[in-house]
Write a protein that binds this ligand. Structure first.
Ligand code: GAR
Length: 208
């Protein structure tokens, strides 16, 4: 089985990072998280990485709120390249990446989003879905392009909205599925089973 080096960018709590680390440990992902980088020195994701002996880096994001300064993007790219990252996973990284960053890892950046894209991109997706009154919510793993929560879809999971849900209970139900489909998507990448054709990502059968 191929073995990939994974880099993770995370801004906060890091439960998706934890799910990835766990899946690597259990062999559900044939790869290793080689570095976690955050734009937030307080991110619990950094602590989770350290606790598991994974290198944790804080790189200050610069003056913008929703993006990184170009020179700082290059610092991120260098940190990832220096560690031979094959696949970059955004796990609750709350900044948009620009072309130079994305082109440094062509078709090698995945993101998890807590909605059934293309519905409800952007911030607070679970609240957007709840407030809209959807009966089916969910989450999406997709390749990253320059759009916000855009890019070809790798995997989605649907989650029912219950009559007694509030935003928190719905978000928790979605999060459980995020952890499952993110690890599965990463393993499909590791096995070379994602064939990207325009917006469509075909999942190839095993051993092709
Ligand atoms: C997750 O719900 C993830 O889908 C979302 O941030 C949360 C991070 O949680 N990402 C986005 O909204 C991206 N647009 P975590 O830090 O516990 O993984």
């Amino acid at each position: 089985m191929p073995h990939i080096n994974i880099g993770v960018l995370a801004s906060g709590r890091g439960s998706n990072l934890e799910a990835i680390l766990q899946a690597c440990e259990e062999g559900r992902i044939t790869g290793k998280v080689v570095v976690v980088v955050s734009d937030n020195p307080e991110a619990f994701a950094l602590e989770r990485a350290r606790r598991r002996g994974v290198e944790a880096l804080y790189i200050a994001p610069g003056k913008f709120r929703t993006k990184l300064e170009p020179e700082i993007e290059q610092q991120y790219v260098k940190a990832l390249k220096d560690r031979n990252v094959d696949l970059l996973c955004l796990a609750g990284f709350m900044r948009v990446l620009h072309a130079d960053f994305i082109n440094a890892f062509p078709q090698r950046i995945l993101n998890i989003h807590p909605a059934l894209l293309p519905a409800f991109p952007g911030l607070h997706a679970q609240k957007q879905a709840f407030d809209y009154g959807v009966k089916i919510a969910g989450c999406t793993v997709h390749l990253v392009d320059e759009g916000v929560d855009a890019g070809p879809i790798v995997m989605q999971a649907a989650v029912p909205v219950m009559e007694d849900d509030d935003e928190e209970s719905l978000a928790a139900r979605i999060l459980e599925q995020e952890h499952i489909i993110y690890a599965e998507s990463i393993q499909l990448f590791a096995e070379g089973r994602l064939r990207i054709q325009g917006r469509r990502v075909q999942i190839l059968p095993p051993n092709t």
